[in-house]
Design a binder for this molecule. Structure first.
Ligand code: 1CP
Length: 338
C-alpha cells in the first residue's frame, strides 16, 4: 500500500492522495444512497450503506485511502446524548450542564452501541482493493466537547470556553470520559480491519494557545496510549485544525505518525518547523479545488515543492465542499499522479 509505505518512511516517486469528506454530497451517487434514509445517524449505523458510500469515491478516483463513512458525533450519540441532524442546520443535542453526571454504565456498555461501525469497517475492508488503505476515525475530546456543551455547531464556542475558565474539574471529568469512549471506538475499528486511525480536532483553534497542552495535546496523547495498551500498532493521523504556530509543539507532545495540516499553515513553515520524522498530510485550500484548472495546479505545485524532502500525503486542508465539480477532483488526482 503506497499510503502505509509512505507513512512507514519508504521513498516513492508517487505521492499518495485522498481527500477529506471524499464520500459526501458533491457526489450524485452519494446523494442517491443518502436519500434512502432520512435520519443521518441511522444512515451511518447501517453497515451496507456506510460501506457502499465509502467505496463510491474509490471506484471513481482510485484514491490511495478510503475513510470509513460515519460521523464524529456517533460517540456522543452512543453516550445517550440526543444527537440528531437537521437538514441545512447541522447537528443538534441538548446542551450538557456543568453539573450533569454521565452514567458509568454508558461507558462500560459503550462498545456494544457502536458495533454497526465495526461491521461497516469489516465489510468495507473486505470489498476494497488490497492496495487501498482504510482509515478509521473519531473526533478529538475537545471537538466532541464543543458539540455536547453548545448543543450543536457554534461560531465562537463561548459556552465551552467558559468551562475552561470556570469549570476546570468538570472539564477534566468530561475529557476523561471522552478519552475512554473515543479509545474504545478506535480500538473496535482497528480490530475490525482499519489500517490507520485518524483523530479530527476540527475546532482546536478555539482553545487559547496556552491551554492547548491541557485541552488539545494531552487528551489526544492519552487516547493514543490507551489504544496502544490494547495492542494496536496502527499509525495515527492527527488533525488539530487551525493551531498553526502551535503545530511544532503539538508534534512534540503527541506520538502520532501523521500530522494533517489545514490551509491556514504555510507548507514551507510546516516542512521546516515540525519534527523531521512526522509525515505531513495536506493542505490544498478546498476553494482552490472548487476553481480547478491552472489556479489549482499552481497551488498544488507550491505544496509539493515545500514537501519535496519530507514524507507527504496529499490532501485538502479541510473537507471538500458540496458544490465542487466532480471533474476537478479527477483533474487533481491526475495531476498528482502525472
Ligand atoms: O446528510 C448529509 O450527507 C450530512 C453531511 C455529513 C457527512 C457527509 C455529515 C454531517 N457528516 C458526514 C460524514 C463524515 N463526517 C465523515 C465521513 C465522510 C468522508 O470523510 O468521506 C467524516 C470523516 C466526518 C467527520 C466530521 N463530522 C467532522 C470532522 C471533520 C471536519 O470536517 O472538520 C465534523 C466536525 C463533523 C460534524 C458534522 N457532521 C455533519 C455536519 C453537518 C457536521 C457539523 C459541522 C459543523 O459544525 O460545522
Amino acid at each position: 500500500m503506497l499510503f502505509l509505505d509512505t507513512i512507514a518512511g519508504k521513498k516513492s516517486s508517487q505521492t499518495p492522495i485522498w481527500i477529506m469528506r471524499q464520500a459526501g454530497r458533491y457526489l450524485q451517487e452519494y446523494r442517491d444512497v443518502r436519500a434512502t434514509t432520512s435520519d443521518f445517524i441511522s444512515f451511518c449505523l447501517t453497515p451496507d450503506k456506510a460501506c457502499e458510500v465509502t467505496l463510491q469515491p474509490i471506484r471513481r478516483y482510485d484514491f490511495d485511502a478510503a475513510i470509513i463513512f460515519s460521523d464524529i458525533l456517533i460517540v456522543p450519540w452512543a453516550l445517550n446524548r440526543d444527537v440528531h441532524f437537521i437538514t441545512g442546520e447541522g447537528p443538534k443535542c441538548t446542551p450538557l450542564g456543568s453539573d450533569e453526571v454521565i452514567d458509568h454504565k454508558l461507558i462500560t456498555d459503550f462498545s456494544s452501541k457502536i458495533t454497526a461501525v465495526a461491521e461497516a469497517v469489516r465489510l468495507t475492508r473486505a470489498s476494497l482493493p488490497e492496495k487501498t488503505a482504510l482509515i478509521g476515525f473519531a473526533g478529538a475530546p475537545w471537538t466532541l466537547m464543543t458539540y455536547m456543551v453548545e448543543g450543536g455547531s457554534s461560531k465562537d464556542y463561548a459556552a465551552t470556553r467558559n468551562w475552561l475558565w470556570g469549570y476546570q474539574k468538570q472539564t477534566d471529568y468530561l475529557l476523561e470520559i471522552l478519552v475512554e469512549t473515543i479509545s474504545q471506538s478506535l480500538i473496535s475499528q482497528a480490530n475490525a480491519g482499519a489500517n490507520a486511525l485518524m483523530i479530527f480536532d476540527s475546532w482546536a483553534s478555539a482553545v487559547p494557545s496556552d491551554l492547548r497542552p491541557w485541552i488539545v495535546e494531552r487528551p489526544v496523547q492519552a487516547i493514543i496510549e490507551r489504544v496502544r495498551q490494547a495492542g494496536i500498532t496502527l499509525p495515527f493521523i492527527c488533525f488539530p485544525r487551525g493551531i498553526s504556530a502551535d503545530l511544532p509543539r503539538f508534534a512534540d507532545a503527541v506520538d502520532c505518525q501523521v500530522l494533517a495540516i489545514d490551509q491556514g499553515v504555510s507548507p514551507v513553515f510546516a516542512a521546516k518547523s515540525i519534527r523531521a520524522d512526522m509525515v505531513l498530510q495536506g493542505n490544498l485550500d478546498p476553494q482552490a479545488l472548487l476553481f480547478g484548472g491552472d489556479v489549482m495546479k499552481r497551488a498544488v505545485d507550491q505544496i509539493q515543492e515545500a514537501f519535496l524532502t519530507r514524507q507527504h500525503i496529499f490532501n485538502l486542508g479541510h473537507g471538500i465542499t458540496p458544490p465542487t465539480p466532480i471533474d476537478h477532483v479527477a483533474e487533481l488526482v491526475d495531476y498528482i499522479r502525472r
